[in-house]
Design a binder for this molecule. Sequence first.
Ligand SMILES: Nc1nc2c(ncn2[C@@H]2O[C@H](COP(=O)(O)OP(=O)(O)OP(=O)(O)O)[C@@H](O)[C@H]2O)c(=O)[nH]1
Ligand SMILES: [Mg+2]
Length: 245
Amino acid sequence: MKDKRALIVIPTYNERDTIPLIIGKIYSYDLALYISTLHILVVDDNSPDGTAEVVKHMQAGDPRIHLLERAEKQGLGKAYVAGFGFALERNYDYVFEMDADLSHDPVYLKDFFEKIQDHDLVIGSRYVKGVNVINWPLSRLLISYFGNMYARIVTGIPVRDATSGFKCFRAEVLRAIDLSRVSASGYSFQIEMNYRVWKLGFKLCETSIIFYDRTIGSSKMSANIVKEGLLLVWKLKIKHFFGRL
Ligand SMILES: Nc1nc2c(ncn2[C@@H]2O[C@H](COP(=O)(O)OP(=O)(O)OP(=O)(O)O)[C@@H](O)[C@H]2O)c(=O)[nH]1
Ligand SMILES: [Mg+2]
């Protein structure tokens, strides 16, 4: 497994203060037991705060960092689909999703690598051992917790944290999905990807993580993102029923 190459895709919108911190944290772990190469791809949607400039600065002399610049803010889902395309073109073996805001602790990367050995998708889950969320307002936690319960009941997907954005795919899984059909853009992008992976018969599992609310920068969560999720699970179910997923 040592000859494997991994890419961590980090979408960013106004994360100039957090992006150097998360990259530094990722570098602080020795993962040579699992992979020969660990690269980072930042997918920035033309952040007005100059996130891309900060990344370009970090890129100087560091070939592990890649940057995909997009013209405008198009949501998390579109940014990830572009990042996955980058990963597949360059033949990485493992493709991670991770937020820039330090909510996802790279200390767990080794757990993902352990579990991806015999699974196709590993999801970092806040809800496998009770509720592992630090510093979220109760209202935010309730939306996430019950949103997940709703998604699980409607779709039947066997995952406790279907909206988590900390995950690791085997590249074969991303190749098997028609990424041009992935429609969701907010949190529900995560549900949609999990649903498609599960329906294709791949093996999913969860690994327990502690999730920390961001302390720097601002959240992009909105009422529209919640609404998109409420409708999406039904859309997915209906599309699947008619064989048009
Ligand atoms: N490229 C790109 N990145 C985005 C977009 N929206 C959010 N992101 C990034 O996606 C990651 C998750 O977004 P957050 O702002 O933390 O939103 P969230 O995690 O949904 O909300 P919180 O849980 O409140 O932090 C962060 O790294 C964001 O910068 C977008 O439209 N385009
Ligand atoms: Mg966040």
